[in-house]
Design a protein around this ligand. Structure first.
Ligand SMILES: [Zn+2]
Length: 126
């Protein structure tokens, strides 16, 4: 499943980063999800919580930030947020909001990144 493999990758990334920073606890993780990824933020969050059990991530707060799709239209030169429909379950239908053509570069909305991790560090001497 799409969300599960993505959640798995995110959990690994976060744990790795936390270990590098001597975290004793992870408080908050902010994740950017581009609308082009077709990931369901609620499902992804649920998977993250499941995968976090028995790890240092257990109990962390997951914040999902949706990144809208931005395009550069090759027909009229429009740059900005795209008109998108049916984003929930299928390949998004994207039109240029200016000329309604589909001839475009997608400049944002494909990402799925860990944007920010808030950790609790050990104050003790190592
Ligand atoms: Zn256009």
């Amino acid at each position: 499943m799409h969300e599960l493999s993505m959640a798995d990758a995110i959990v690994k990334t976060v744990i790795e980063a936390a270990e590098k920073n001597d975290a004793i606890e992870i408080l908050e993780v902010t994740i950017e999800i581009g609308q082009m990824t077709m990931l369901n933020p609620e499902q992804l969050k649920f998977m993250l919580e499941v995968l976090s059990e028995d790890t240092i991530l257990n109990g962390a707060e997951f914040n999902m930030e949706l990144i809208p799709i931005e395009i550069e239209c090759l027909s009229c030169g429009f740059k900005g947020e795209a008109d998108s429909e049916e984003l929930d379950h299928y390949i998004p239908v994207i039109n240029c909001p200016n000329c309604e053509e589909k001839n475009m570069n997608i400049t944002a909305g494909r990402e799925c990144n860990v944007k920010n991790i808030k950790i609790e560090k050990s104050d003790e001497d190592a």
